[in-house]
Design a protein around this ligand. Sequence first.
Ligand code: GCV
Length: 697
Amino acid sequence: MTSSSRGSAAWLPADRWQDPERIERWRPLLERIEARMELRPEGPGASALQELVGGIKMLTGLSPSLTLKAGSPLLILGSPESAARSSGEWNTLPLAEEAYVLRIKMADEDGNQACPKAEYAILRGGSERGLLYGVFALLRLMGTQPHGPRESDIAEAPRNPLRMIDQWDNMDGSVERGYSGGSIFYRDNRILPESDRIIGYARLLASVGINAISVNNVNVHREETKLITSSLLPDVKRLSDIFGRYGIRMFLSANYAAPLELGGLDTADPLNEDVKQWWRRKAEEIYAAVPELGGFVVKADSENRPGPFTYGRDHADGANLLADALAPYGGTVMWRCFVYDCHQDWRDRSTDRARAAYDHFRDLDGRFRDNVILQIKNGPMDFQVREPVSPLFGAMPQTNQVMEFQIAQEYTGQQRDVCFLVPQWKKSLDFDTFLNGAGSTVKQIAAGKVHPFTRSGVAAVSNIGDDDNWTGHHLAQANLFGFGRLAWNPDLESDVIAAEWSALTFGVDTPAAKFVEELLLESWPVYESYTAPLGVGWMVQPHYHYAVDVDGYEYSKWGTYHFADRTGIGVDRTMATGTGYVGQYAAENRDIYESPAECPDELLLFFHHVPYTHVLKSGKTVIQHIYDSRFEGAEKVERWIARWRELESEADHERFLHILRRLEGQAENAKQWRDVVNTYFYRKSGIPDERERMLYA
Ligand code: GCV
């Protein structure tokens, strides 16, 4: 196997175990499989069997014999006679549809502790999908337990009902904010035929428990608008069937103005009877062709996309129009709340982009249909390296919600710099909104445990493309893996996820895996430390969003400012003297954010305009923090490079070189950020670095 194809296998089984003892320990589970299910060739149960048998073969070279019997989804690995002795309760426990239970029983007769062997394993799924998740969990155990199986009873069910991935792929083959090549789904305005890439992607997603995908960009242009027309629906169905085999429900992003662009109407007014009828007929046509379609994702009145505002209507009117059309078929409308004025006048200090989603949506609570889900970005701005949690999340108790993250590293290094985002996402998920008393954390709200949501969960913008290793930077695979693992169980710790991915990708307990795990865990703070400081965000080259440009957006229409002057920096969003954004939070958070003394350092400049001499909780002044952290960030990347060079013989050459080159590029980027940001603030403030390091006055 070449190392490049190793990249395309990602974290799925790809490398044969070299240690014969390891095979011996697992062997009893790997030679005989009895499967019970009503096998449908195109169902997730068939995929489960295929993954299990294929995975075993790939890791060990063994080809298990397979017996198939009718029954509810169940697999017995090893001796069915022994498994028959397994205690009753475990075998009959009622399971939710996506849940699985896995019992691994060790042989106890030989007492050979040095080489303990398994006797049998039983895997039950609440459905074929549950079984598929259980198979991937078992393969993960095999990949991460080098000393053989341990006796265990594992019962798992996903915490979030919806665990969704959003592709920002365009039909011309490009990917908006794509940093890993072109689309795997489209080229030249056509849907590509079934391919190993598309199947491979479905496998990767299912292996971490993703159960929904939207396959086109939320910016729906002319060609993508046609995805819901008779000429393309057969291809849409084909794509949907591929994901269906892996238990993943497919969605389409829809153009709100489709009645105008496709239907020849002269309006898309959500209250107009012709428009309603047009969508009803359209839904009938779509669901006749793709009965299992999950529904639509909609970006309306956002960044120049059409929406209900054009007709003087609000977003409940807009979303309900589509929801009513999809309801007879069980379809859902994922309505995005990324609605703000992108034609703002920078001279206008009273308009605050951060307020926008809450101001547009909060008062609509209770007006959305039951099959609408509001999709809310994790922060109030736009996927910056550090933002507070969106105050809208959880603030509409009668409206279904999902939180939207971005796996694509648009503002976090664009898959050229390493930035493992799991710790950032956990910070959001663990945030207590206090919106229904203490404990109203984002993860509880997303799981539907705080408000009576009928649909909820998490969604994220994908980071994959047609690059051989899927994600551009090899290490960016860890973000896709990590999102799925967190979506399944938001309580998983970042280090557990980093360790799992590193072991599955670089081998268990290898020096490369250990270093990669460490690097991943350090990478978000390091990326933050050399880019925009203390939560202020942006400072990037407009539109492109990778390289430093401190004033890139400062005098622009996008509403993204830092307001640095000769005495201080930051955005005053307080209720007392600022934009009042702070007032959108529950009192417990509001009071903390309102006070510069209590506000966490990392968000200080998001909420406050302070002098450069303001002393942080860390004891440093703001200006000294800016200098120190930018120097430390850039130095840290240099240290990573030195450490990685020492591991040359520990990783395959291609991946070694690929990671080395990316780290070298990151070091350049970090140096440029360091020098530009430090020089900028030195020139603005005139305050020298206490440690007299090089600034370019
Ligand atoms: C798909 C940001 C990105 C846009 C993206 C938008 C969104 O503004 O820069 O490329 O558009 O978010 O989430 O809709």
